[in-house]
Design a protein around this ligand. Structure first.
Ligand code: MF3
Ligand code: CO
Length: 266
């Protein structure tokens, strides 16, 4: 069921979104070579709680036998890890890595969800281009995040753009509606046909989240039941925001300082 948020609920969605944006501004400052992904997760969790929210990913259960509930506040996926990298005391962030972070803040009963791929120190030109294309893919989708367009219009725009740049989109995971639940209807694939799927309406809140691979689209799941890696070992990047559909311009609820400047959004 797609939920339409009223004025009060929209205000609470903005608050949850602001926590996530502030958290990414913070991570941008503190992420350093030599740090473990566990340390990053611990610092982020403390910051999130300081901001009055709880980490919604922690304890999240997909209900598959043998897969433990998600143990951390962040997903931290390095280089060829695509998504759902589980923070570990044994995983050290190195100079030249690209690090995808995905997190969800729950505040006053509503969720904010966003992802960013951070560069650590100096990274290769190719890695930077992958990140830039992944971010731009989100903004290509955003052009269709307006009342009257359909989910397929977003999917098509994202997928077409990524492939036009010579990269692959992940097909097994997708964007989604969001609200009281982290994942609500509709599902928003990163590929598809324009003109298909649910029609967007003011008051809908959705997450558009391109997951992009440098090489082939195929992925593998590690034995931890969570971590997704590229099959060919090539790099992957992720970019996600929570978006409010309005009667005109969409409102991005999880916009960081850096991206506000770089992509000239409010
Ligand atoms: N935050 C992810 C998303 O963008 C979901 C993460 S699953 C979890 O939809 F188990 F890590 F929480
Ligand atoms: Co999401």
């Amino acid at each position: 069921m797609i939920t339409i948020k009223n004025a009060k609920e929209i205000e609470l969605m903005r608050e949850a979104g602001k926590v996530v944006a502030t958290l990414y501004d913070y991570i941008e400052e503190i992420i350093k070579p030599g740090m473990t992904t566990y340390e990053l997760d611990q610092l982020a969790e403390a910051k999130m709680r300081e901001l009055g929210a709880t980490p919604a990913e922690k304890g999240y259960d997909i209900g598959v036998k043998g897969v433990p509930p998600y143990p951390a506040s962040l997903c931290v996926s390095i280089n060829d890890e695509v998504i759902h990298g589980v923070p570990s005391k044994h995983k050290i962030i190195k100079e030249g890595d690209i690090v995808s972070v995905d997190t969800v803040a729950l505040k006053n009963g509503f969720n904010g969800d966003a992802a960013r791929t951070f560069v650590v120190g100096k990274v290769s030109k190719e890695a930077q281009r992958l990140i830039d294309v992944t971010t731009q893919a989100f903004f290509e989708g955003l052009k269709y995040c307006r009342a009257g367009f359909r989910v397929g219009d977003i999917s098509h725009a994202v997928g077409q753009y990524v492939e036009s740049q010579g990269y692959s989109v992940v097909r097994e995971f997708q964007g989604h509606g969001i609200g009281r639940d982290m994942h609500e209807d509709p599902g928003i694939p990163n590929y598809g046909k324009a003109g298909r799927g649910a029609r967007l309406e003011p008051g809908m809140t959705i997450c558009v989240e391109p997951m992009v691979i440098q090489g082939k689209p195929d992925i593998l799941e590690l034995d931890d039941g969570w971590t997704i890696i590229t099959e060919d070992g090539s790099l992957a990047a992720h970019y996600e925001n929570t978006i409010l559909i309005t009667k005109d311009e969409p409102e991005i609820l999880t916009m960081t300082k850096k991206d506000k400047q770089k992509y000239k959004v409010k």
